[in-house]
Design a protein. Sequence first.
Lengths: 485, 507
Amino acid sequence: MSVAREQLRRIAIAGDGPLGVLAAIALKRALPTTDIVIIGTPPDPAALAERSATALPFTSRLHDKLGVPEEELVKRCGASHRLVTRYLGWGGAEHEGLASYGAEIDPKLNTGFARHWGVGPRNASAATPPGSLAEVLAAAGRYAPPQPDGSLTLPGVEAALRWNIPAYRDLLVGKAQQLGLRHVSGAIAAVEPDGSGGAASVSVAGGLRIPADLFIDCSGPGAAMLSQLPGFRSTDYSARLPATAIVETRPRAPMLALEDRIVLAAAGWRWDLAGRDGAMAWLGIAAGVDPEKAAAGLGLEPVSMVRVTPGRAAEPWLGNVVALGDAAARLEPLGGFALDLSHRQLDLLLDVLPGRPLSPLERAEFNRRAGLMADRAGDVLGAHYAAPMARAAFGERALSDELALTLDQHVRRGRVPFFEETPLLTRETGSLLDALGFAVGEGALARAEGADDGEARAGAFAARARAALGAVPPYREWMERLVRG
Amino acid sequence: MPLNRPNPVRVVVLGGGTAGWMSAAALAKLLPGVAEVELVESEDIGIVGVGEATLPHIRGFVERLGIDEASFMKATHATFKLGIDFRDFGHVGERYVHPFGSFGEEVAGVQFHHYWLELERQGLAEPIGHYSLAVAAALANRFRPPTDDTALSSTYGYAYQFDATLFGPFMREHGLTLGVTRTEGRVVEVRRDPESGDVTALVLADGRIVAGDLFIDCSGFRSLLLGDALGEPWEDWQHWLPCDRAAAMPCTHVSQEIDPFTRATAMPGGWRWRIPLQHRIGNGYVFSSQFLSEDEACAAIRGAAEGEVLADPRVLRFRAGRRRQSWNRNVLAVGLASGFLEPLESTSIYLAQMAITYLIELFPLGGAIDPRDRDEFNRLVDMEYDRVRDFLILHFHATRRDDSEFWNHVRTMQVPDTLADKLELWRETGRIEKYSDGLFYDASWIAVYIGQGFLPRRHDARAALPDPRQVRRALDRLEEEIRREVAAMPGHRDYLVAESERLAPAP
């Protein structure tokens, strides 16, 4: 007879940045009888993921599940939607391309044929969602989120949010307070071992000692708790990813747009995010280039700078300490992939949320999946640095086997192999690679006579695009209506 | 349309059974102008006709080949299938259905089965199958295709149970209309390029030579090209899946109803299938010759058949395992020539379809085979085989049966590490190792674990948070909803009769 495990009595979370607070909210909602303590450790100056004011569409689903609806983010945190990212200069000086989200992107891409044709889960239906419209909508400046009542649906289109980081944190803190979460401030002074690879308690500067059943380390790349444990080991990504200097610049005039841009030049990349509370720009500067000068040359005012030492914790969950965010994996903020990874790892923790006693098997399953998640997120960033012009700017990097296979299959065959825990759908990966200048190849299906007749597909696509344009209001109009509310 | 299309690749398919004609028809349909398909078969060689029961994936195959479902069902005497009814696997007298569908719903981020386990502990749970529409419909002998919305009526899939000896010929007819060249003849020699080692041509008994660029070995267990000619090593899995024979025997229906499911009943030396088709029932005893003689198995299947016996038992011989690589040089194998896993979960036709699908994705362009594509094909095929293998072993290993040598062996044997890890995780935490590729997901593992009485020691702490009586009331509502849904479905036979274009004339 199976018995439910005992509830955790107390969970202590190190770090009160947005991720720490979001994790606290999530855990309190999942375990209402558990005492949750947030330890406000000093912000880590080397923080990476949380410098990104955006993630991927997954984050909206997670937020929704945790009682942080998109509408609230729009109303209170200056949030707005991104449908596409325009990449300029990655494939060549004049090259540009659009990467979008959603199952349906470019009707020419035949990636994922296998999954659409009866290979895959036994319990799934054979139906496939056709058609993609993000680019069409972005170009027309039209978008509104699909309505749960079915009055507006946009199958195959997904959007990511960007927001004002301080306002976002304030919103989360307010929710944490409503849930009655306890908060203490102070750096982690010591981690008292529990004799079985984990922590019995943590001491906060000033003398407070906090025992807990489970500790969550959201303290940033320094991993203030995890790194203190005897089993801590780091997996280095520096052969695969450069030690880019990330420069955050002062926000400029507000800007409403459905498109963001990532431009590559000789000195590095520039990532521009639209924003209702100010347009934001980050720079990724290659080694040997002076970041200050590079920013000044672009007319941007730097406010902070950090150099990435890419890598991840070999095992982000040791004993009873689970690291999330930068404490688990150090990836640069470009594109929001690092923050997406943080959020997916949080979601994974909720999935395998332990009780007492903790099970080493659950821990192993978490570490297996969290490791794959970080490796695949690293591959998405690695694809950026493998782009023709990025190799010139940042130097040649090694490719993981999975990334090498993906690039090869995409370029030769227009096919994206599936790997477990990949942050993007196969079509999203194809779209991104195309935008980065890896021209999509043609597989056998595309070359077959009359198969997947291009004209018929294009016609059907155009019809869907017309219908969507007719159904969706101009984005500004929707936004004004909501904000006036 | 590409202007400079290279010459079509000359594909030679060897073998006119199910896998052969599925391969030939799919390539001809989906790669016109890219592949030119010739199939060599010999009327002297019988076909195994593997797999009378299928998985839902076959619907996508049939549809994409432009085949009308009704005419396909009529030609193969097909019935609908909602899952498999397993009897006596966990213990003699126990029974569960592994459905094409799931159980209940996730609540507050916790999977349904954790709540079920908690209720079970408190003595408040009905069997978990009560919370699955597919299971309830199957056991009520009812059928209707699922809806494509998000309602309860969309929470299942379906497949077919058909006469496999008719499926090959049906695909042949279809393949011929798609332009496959059929060549009758027996292969007496396989010619190879002395330098590259590639196969260049097949020499037939009457002296004709069939040349090609790419050879698909669908010669069944003989594996004439991949196994014999290229000597691709065999990875034997018999120590994990000891069944190596099947005694098959058809009989008549005994009742008016047609079960919309396949039945698998554990037997002292293996297990037996019961697959209802339109006009007969297929029976077969899959057994291990280590533990049971062919005569004993034939006698047992005769004794077990419910209806009038339509033919003497026919014994098939096989071996669990697969070729180390399914694609070597310019020869790849589809179906039994590539590997074999016993039919317990009706995976044979799926495995052939899977290989064909990956072949189309990785089809050599212009005839030159890129080793990277071949490696990718082998990686994918291995992953699929290995995952199906582990899931099959589970059915034998997760048992309390100790009533025969066979069951003592499979219960106590060492299982693959990949499976041992999954079992351990389930036993300690009630969790399923997560993957998104391959065939059997959470719902399938849960069906077998719980159905065979292999309960974990512990489940999720969150399942104990809500008041169990409230959970029970919610489950009662779900059960009631399922009951209403099932009551509104027509009987399986009635549904078939009402759509008579699906019915073959009675024999």
